[in-house]
Design a protein around this ligand. Structure first.
Ligand code: UDP
Length: 147
């Protein structure tokens, strides 16, 4: 049991503060919420995505009508990319974020408190274990992640 518990405690996810979150000065607020919840930030960097990175990141949306705009937007300025660790962090981060459409996101969530537009919803979080692993590997080399 203990061993299983230990593995779960080490669950990791990928999180990104999108360009509008950085531009609006919300980095500190978002990191505070993540840390106060109890998740550990085990990797963090600021970067500006290339078009190629953005298209890889959002590959699952390639056929969607909003894909072009999404890639334009996510490459428009610097972002903060992070790996977070903690029990249940994949679904827990999604709860802290709130619904994709900020007008439907509950008050108390990051999107609910700070955004109004789906295309400007401030924060990204991986939506499954497979996405988390894929996205962590897209942004970070293993030695950049603090165990
Ligand atoms: N998005 C958009 N228009 C839409 C749906 C999504 O601009 O109609 C953007 C939005 O920024 C969203 C991202 O595409 O965060 C990825 O969409 P997804 O459905 O994966 O939502 P998320 O997992 O970010 O809540």
């Amino acid at each position: 049991m203990l061993e299983r518990g230990m593995v779960v405690d080490k669950e990791r996810t990928f999180c990104m503060i999108k360009p509008e979150g950085v531009a609006r000065g919300l980095v500190g607020e978002i990191l505070t919420r993540i840390e106060h919840k109890g998740y550990r930030i085990v990797a963090l960097k600021m970067l500006r995505l290339t078009r190629e990175m953005a298209e890889k990141h959002y590959a699952e949306h390639r056929e969607k009508p909003f894909f072009r705009e999404l890639v334009e937007h996510i490459t428009s300025g610097p972002v903060i990319a992070m790996v977070l660790e903690g029990p249940g962090v994949i679904s827990g981060l999604r709860k802290l974020m709130g619904a994709t459409n900020p007008q439907e996101a509950a008050p108390g969530t990051i999107r609910g408190d700070y955004a109004l537009e789906t295309g400007q919803n401030i924060i990204h979080g991986a939506d499954s274990l497979a996405s988390a692993e894929r996205e962590i590997n897209l942004y970070f080399r293993p030695e950049e992640i603090m165990g």
